[in-house]
Design a protein around this ligand. Structure first.
Ligand SMILES: NC(=O)c1ccc[n+]([C@@H]2O[C@H](COP(=O)([O-])OP(=O)(O)OC[C@H]3O[C@@H](n4cnc5c(N)ncnc54)[C@H](OP(=O)(O)O)[C@@H]3O)[C@@H](O)[C@H]2O)c1
Length: 331
């Protein structure tokens, strides 16, 4: 069975070439479940895998793509039927297991969930891991008791995949959202998603050398880490809840204990990769219902495999402003 895939090859140390090739099912790792991929999407981890970042992928040749949605071709353990519509995201997909930037994947069946009613395969990949991560962050704020009446919620990296989806989901369920961005020219876009205040990174970082800042945010969805996360924690309200999912600015958090011991601020880590299947199914249902976004198409650029290279380079420069949806049916 032949199919097209983006393949990253390493002809010599530190050199990584990307091209679209024809592969066969035999090239894929073992697994019970074979899926014909209809759509995938581009995430930051895919950009890193594409350029050979050893923190994500060490073995080449390799097909990146931590997200895939499509129809079951076969399932050796019977947990899915041919034709079932499924979503597979993360675990090891696209890291050491050939991923969604190919028209076929073969994976353990326990990595897949049935497409929830209320979402199409295409919509599920407009969301992808970014949507799952944004929804897990929003879910944690709500579960921790943050309510709209308490005050604004801050989202960092707001024009990025996770950030923009978090802005739209929070606005949808009634929160007042402040978006932090390095691209103030994208203010109309962020307002369109539902943000009521847009600030630049320097504004958030003002006075960040002080141990505490004016208490402002009832909740925070942080996608960037580093000084911005530290500033967000220092400016969280009493009992404020801060979620942390990303590292595009830095993996370090230059913070002191005062916000935690004087204001009771709670810092919650978000992991979509090993997130238990039960929680995934619950959050995907929310994405198909109360968190379902009407404006998803405005947040997405649809591309084929041929368009992936340009988006990878843009993402590595921090220049993405819409999610890239990859249509594998047309590749
Ligand atoms: N924990 C998890 O399970 C999980 C899942 C998915 C993603 N992530 C992580 O979440 C982060 C965001 O992912 P994504 O897919 O949304 O990436 P993305 O689309 O590239 O968005 C990142 C955004 O962060 C901002 N940014 C970029 N460089 C920055 C810098 N040096 N300082 C401050 N802000 C910067 C930019 O937005 P503005 O210009 O608007 O500021 C950029 O658009 C990544 O670190 C990714 O690895 C984690």
């Amino acid at each position: 069975m032949e199919f097209k895939a983006l393949l990253v090859e390493q002809p010599e140390k530190k050199v990584f070439n990307r091209s679209i090739v024809t592969r066969t099912l035999d090239d894929l790792p073992e697994g019970e479940l074979v899926v014909k991929v209809h759509y995938s999407s581009l995430n930051f981890k895919d950009a890193l895998s594409s350029v050979g970042n050893p923190g994500v992928t060490r073995n080449f040749p390799h097909t990146p793509g931590i997200d895939a949605a499509g129809k079951v071709v076969s399932c050796a353990d019977g947990s899915f039927q041919p034709g079932d519509q499924v979503i597979v995201t993360s675990y090891d997909l696209g890291m050491e297991t050939d991923g969604g930037f190919g028209q076929l994947i073969r994976v353990p069946s326990k990595w897949a969930l049935k497409l929830p009613e209320g979402l199409t395969l295409k919509e599920s990949m407009m969301l992808g891991t970014a949507g799952l991560t944004a929804a897990l962050s929003v879910h944690q704020l709500v579960e921790s008791g943050v309510i709209p009446e308490q005050g604004p919620v801050l989202v960092t990296g707001a024009t990025g995949g996770v950030g923009s989806l978090a802005v739209a989901m929070l606005a949808k369920i009634g929160f007042t959202v402040t978006a932090v961005t390095g691209k103030l020219e994208e203010t109309p876009y962020l307002e369109g998603l539902g943000a009521t205040q847009i600030i630049d990174r320097a504004t958030l970082l003002k006075g960040n050398d002080r141990p505490m800042l004016k208490p402002t945010w009832a909740g925070v969805v942080d996608c960037v880490g580093g000084e911005m996360l530290a500033a967000a924690i220092k400016s969280a309200q009493y009992d404020g809840v801060v979620t942390c999912c990303g590292l595009v600015a830095s993996i370090d958090i230059p913070i002191n204990v005062f916000p935690f011991i004087l204001r009771g601020v709670r810092l919650i880590g978000i992991d979509s990769a090993e997130c238990p299947m039960e929680r995934r199914i619950q959050v995907w249902k929310q994405l198909a219902n109360e968190l379902k976004l009407d404006n998803l198409t405005e947040m997405v650029d649809e591309i084929t495999l041929a368009g992936v290279e340009e988006k990878v380079q843009l993402m590595l420069k921090g220049g993405m402003k819409r999610r890239a949806l990859i249509n594998l049916l047309q590749s």
